[in-house]
Design a protein around this ligand. Structure first.
Ligand SMILES: [Zn+2]
Length: 242
């Protein structure tokens, strides 16, 4: 594997138990690494548009890819215990990812999952853990296909009926999303749609606009919707019944 080592990392405080998938609007490992370097950021791996994979930070080091983030409880130092992969996508995941990339990504993720015994509920989008700030890897990231390959979770719509909880905030929190205040909950509801109901999220093909307008702020209607609630219940069921 190619190496483009980045100096922006430090020591982990906790062992790896999480995988964070990102998208970057660059084309190649070189371009992405140069951009991260300029911003004094990093990740463990970059997957180029052509399916080439490069290593930037050793897995036993704490790379700086998640930033201010939250998942399942009060855990905010996700960099300390996650592996971060940047996946090149010029549209930032607003158009489908290339087959060469996904075919490379699937076995690579499976290898990491086996190596660190990463639980399916700990395989997340950057947008899942930083819903107010980050839109990646985007609405076209093939989460359903990955789940079929054993990477992360999906849902059976009929399982909604088996989920007794109807409260949107509690359901989002039970999956792992940040619901510490109303605005975070709205952002989380949008991140949930990005991942599990992408047809309810319109594609934003202006990448600059997308990164500046990650979710519709203050839009409380995002906490409503029959299909949303049904899907949320079905997903929460998957997360609680592994
Ligand atoms: Zn990201």
């Amino acid at each position: 594997m190619q190496e483009i080592l980045l100096p922006h990392f430090n020591e982990r405080r906790t062992p790896v138990d999480m995988l964070v998938l990102h998208a970057t609007a660059h084309h190649s490992c070189e371009e992405t690494a140069a951009c991260l370097d300029k911003l004094e950021l990093s990740c463990h791996y970059i997957l180029g548009l052509d399916g080439s994979l490069c290593r930037c930070v050793a897995e036993d080091k704490r790379a700086w890819h998640a930033g201010v983030a939250f998942w399942q409880g009060n855990d905010t130092d996700l960099n300390s215990h996650s592996i971060g992969i940047e996946i090149c996508s010029p549209s930032l995941g607003q158009t489908p990812f290339g087959e060469a990339q996904i075919e490379k990504l699937i076995p690579f993720c499976r290898k990491l999952i086996r190596k660190y015994n990463i639980k399916p509920q700990n395989i997340v989008a950057h947008s899942d853990i930083a819903p107010e700030r980050k839109p990646d890897p985007g609405k076209c990231f093939p989460w359903k296909r990955l789940a079929k390959e054993g990477i992360g979770l999906w849902y059976q719509p009929r399982n909604a009926e088996k989920m007794p909880e109807n409260d949107v905030v509690r359901l989002l929190a039970s999956i792992g999303y940040d619901t510490r205040d109303r605005e975070k909950t709205i952002a989380s509801a949008y991140a949930f749609r990005r991942r599990f109901l992408p047809e309810e999220v319109s594609a934003d093909t202006d990448v600059h606009h997308l990164v500046e307008n990650v979710y519709p702020q203050g839009n409380t209607t995002l906490l409503q919707g029959e299909k949303f609630l049904k899907t949320l219940k079905a997903v929460a069921y998957s997360y609680q019944n592994l």
